[in-house]
Design a protein around this ligand. Structure first.
Ligand SMILES: [Zn+2]
Length: 149
């Protein structure tokens, strides 16, 4: 079982390796949240208060049968939002957090293209078995994975 300590170590590793130019401008924490199958990760801060940011990752990822590149790209996706100024004190670089595929473009630019490809492929093949939802619902899940995790 992965725990919150695992997530902290992973976040530090990701930041050092792929985002060394992005300043840590407030208090950042990371933890497992609900067992959400539609939203794999999120970055949050209090409305009007950017003194802290919290990255939340679906508790499904505690399961060690899920490959690390899936968790890595999910966490890195949230760090991209932080770098772009969404739920962080950094200057906002874009009007919308996802429009124009800006998150994936940033991940590819930072050397995570292969991990991203592998992660999407794995989720597409395996996610429905992990979450055990019916086929009809899986179609929606897939779309969500591609655009919103
Ligand atoms: Zn996102």
């Amino acid at each position: 079982m992965r725990d919150n300590h695992y997530l902290k170590t992973l976040l530090t590793t990701i930041w050092d390796k792929y985002f060394p130019d992005v300043p840590i401008a407030n208090q950042i924490s990371i933890k497992f949240g609900n067992k959400s199958y539609r939203q794999l990760g999120a970055i949050k801060s209090k409305r009007g208060d950017n003194s802290s940011s919290t990255i939340v990752v679906t508790s499904y990822f505690k399961d060690t049968t899920i490959p690390e590149h899936v968790i890595l790209t999910t966490v890195a996706h949230e760090v991209v939002h932080y770098a772009h100024g969404f739920n962080s004190p950094l200057p906002r670089l874009y009007k919308h957090p996802h429009r124009g595929n800006i998150v994936d473009k940033e991940l590819i630019k930072r050397g995570l293209g292969e991990e991203l490809r592998q992660s999407k492929e794995w989720l597409d093949k395996n996610w429905k078995n992990i979450v055990g939802v019916k086929r009809k619902r899986v179609r929606r899940v897939r779309r969500f994975i591609i655009f919103s995790f």
